[in-house]
Design a protein around this ligand. Structure first.
Ligand SMILES: Nc1ncnc2c1ncn2[C@@H]1O[C@H](COP(=O)(O)OP(=O)(O)OP(=O)(O)O)[C@@H](O)[C@H]1O
Ligand SMILES: [Mg+2]
Length: 282
């Protein structure tokens, strides 16, 4: 793709008033899975996100990078409505979710349902103190699924999709906390996949893992994108370059630059992006 989605995106904002025949580029833009529009977020009086515009292309991997404290986790938490769990915070703007074209932040949108459709995997694997099976079946049961045969089927499928089935198929009743760190992280991915989410959020999913476990998670992310859209926060530049199609650079709560990963890494257009990539800060 010669044109960057970035240019297309911002051009679409400018052109949105016009009534012209759709161009092929405009068609590409309809394949967005989500889109933050003027998203600001405040912890009390402190603005952690400032008017962020970020497109998330469907069936692609989008990486969020930037120095510590720039708002990456705050952004992910907004997308799956985790901030609802804490009082005293406030949003401005919105996050469109497609194809429904709903605003995820709308008060009428049920956060529990949002978290079924938008899964999240954290830096530290956080399996529940339950069996391997019960961890993966958790979301399905919350949804009201009681049919044992169906649960067994879906749990197996999710574990296969998370590349963990071969290692745990004979220990489904074991405590999840007895698995290795890398296995626990794949279990958390299986737990997120079980409800067949449309968007998966990863917040530094491999920073607690060794290089082999990291490589297996990266392979997994690559394999998953055919089925689910992925938004990943990482501090590891090589990882962003390896796994993502698009990269967004954030700084002090602002989205400084968004571009195809190759473009952002080889030809950043903003000085702050360049400084970060070359290790001048962060
Ligand atoms: N619960 C909270 N209450 C108040 N301020 C918070 C809270 N959580 C985060 N912040 C502040 O919001 C800003 C963004 O934090 P956030 O955790 O999103 O950064 P990050 O980019 O994920 O950083 P890191 O790379 O270190 O994980 C920081 O200034 C942080 O101190
Ligand atoms: Mg963070």
């Amino acid at each position: 793709m010669d044109e960057t989605l970035n240019k297309l995106y911002f051009r679409s904002l400018v052109d949105s008033e016009r009534e012209e025949a759709p161009t092929p580029e405009a068609h590409d833009l309809r394949k967005l899975k989500a889109e933050a529009k003027g998203l600001s977020f405040y912890y009390g009086e402190v603005a952690a996100l400032k008017a962020v515009n970020l497109p998330v292309a469907e069936h692609q991997v989008t990486a969020l990078i930037g120095p510590s404290g720039c708002g990456k986790s705050t952004f992910l938490r907004a997308v799956n409505r985790m901030h609802d769990l804490y009082p005293g915070s406030r949003y401005e703007g919105g996050i469109r979710f497609y194809p429904d074209d709903i605003d995820l932040l709308d008060k009428d949108v049920d956060p529990i349902e949002v978290r079924m459709r938008i899964g999240m995997v954290f830096q530290k694997p956080n399996p529940f103190p339950k069996s391997v099976f019960d961890n993966v079946a958790y979301g399905l049961r919350v949804r009201g699924e009681r049919n044992r045969r169906l649960l067994v089927e879906k749990v197996e499928q999710a574990l296969r999709d998370a590349a963990l089935w071969a290692e745990v198929k004979d220990r489904l009743d074991d405590m999840a906390l007895n698995l290795s760190g890398g296995q626990q992280q794949r279990l958390c991915i299986a737990r997120a996949l079980a409800t067949e989410p449309e968007l998966l959020l990863f917040d530094e999913p491999t920073s607690a893992l060794d290089p082999i476990a990291t490589a297996s998670i990266e392979d997994l992310i690559q394999g998953l994108k055919a089925r689910v859209t992925i938004l990943i926060v990482t501090h590891n530049m090589q990882q962003a370059a390896r796994v993502s199609d698009y990269t967004a650079f954030m700084y002090l709560g602002e989205l400084v630059e968004f571009a195809p990963t190759k473009t952002l890494f080889t030809n950043p257009s903003d000085r702050r992006t360049e400084n970060y990539l070359t290790g001048r800060f962060g």
